[in-house]
Design a protein around this ligand. Sequence first.
Ligand code: GLU
Ligand code: ZN
Length: 492
Amino acid sequence: MDVRVRYAPSPTGLQHIGGIRTALFNYFFAKSSGGKFILRVEDTDRERYSDESLEDLYSTLDWLGIKWDEGPVVGGPYGPYIQSERFDIYKEYAEKLVKEGKAYYCYCTPERLEKLREEQVKSKSEYQGYDRHCANLTDEERAELEKQGIKPVIRLKVPTTGKTTFHDVIMGDITRKNKDISPDPILLKSDGFPTYHLANVIDDHLMGITHIMRAQEWIPSGPLHVLLYEAFGWEVPTYCHLPMVMGKDGQKLSKRHGSTAVREFRDKGYLPEAIINYVTLVGWSLDGSTEFLSKEELEHCFKMENIHKNPGKFDYKKLDWFNSQYIRMASDDRIASLLTPYLVKAGFISDPPTKEEEEKVRLLVAPAKERMKVLSDIVELSKFLFKDEPVSDKDVYIAKGSDLVKTKDALVEGGKILFDGLRENKAEEKIEEELMSLAERLEVKVNGVFQPIRVALTNSQVSLPLFDSIRLLGIPESERRLERAINLFKEN
Ligand code: GLU
Ligand code: ZN
């Protein structure tokens, strides 16, 4: 059997980490089994639809390098792949079910349904929901209602007895009593729009989808979908509901935990390969231990059997770690060009950068690569190079366990060791050793010497490695800043 899977998002918001995880699992499963990955846009909910989210869907997949074999833009033999362009198809199939007696027209007004609901609540009726009022209308009654101009919906006849089961590759058999399936759900609305269930089932069938990999929150819809396949006389595809994506606290991942939109991660400076690698490991693993997997490797080694049953935890710290590793592995050229927009936006360099600025960025890359979790960290890390905003609060210079006098001594004596050493071309390790002995002499921890010097030169406690900072600033400018800090400590 040729595998055909689909990612079928509804463009109602920015692409979420959980959604992209579904896309990646489908994509990797398709690739690793020599099948096709299809993109289908489920935009039947026109109220929640937005152009921006459709745009975001395309640009996010594009950024991740996920190409679909069939779908919008690229087309394919089962198109169109945008549901709003397929309304005639849904109507035709819904009417076919009516003709076969498996579905029926319902003319109930919203007012009648609301009253029905109120009564059911008031009488604490065991039976909740639509009362199948229109299931047995005579032809005359129907004709009368039509004459009044009432536009009907189409409802599926759900059996009132028995149960419906579907098999899920991960979750096993899932069974629901038919009487618990929403009584006679609407398939086609009165304005001719299909509901999610109708459009989803028809498209999966017509597009030849073999495996349905989607979020576990769709499990409750499974039995109804199976009833629909049966009503149409179609073969039920293989189901594989994916484990939930949770935050650290075991709750469904949401804004409370942090960013959830891929766009936000991208803006902060996560690399696509880090997102792909880490997100694929949420609820899936190759062998329980392999961490680094490239997209190309995943395209070969992804197996459906390795999807976990239990929810996956999305750990922001772990993603940061992956990202910092991928930043280190990336070429300097690539990182330089990725950093440039952040520096332009911060107002540090011009747009486009001058030759001189480009050179500065280039020099910045190697030391910065070691210190960034995300690309946007470059702004804080490199600010000292572009904007000189000296720290006037002495406490910032004073390391834990040190004091005012020792900090001043560290600046004066440390500065001498540093710049004399550099002028004499001493090895950096040698200079470092001397600075450490100074710390011993002053009876402070190493940071008691390094922190004040770092703050003096880079105006910050977190920065690039010391010698890299001096190289970037140049010795004269570095000395000037150190002198300035010493003067601050001389004042009272
Ligand atoms: N349009 C649905 C969603 O946005 C698709 C569910 C499915 O994959 O069947 O999640
Ligand atoms: Zn009705």
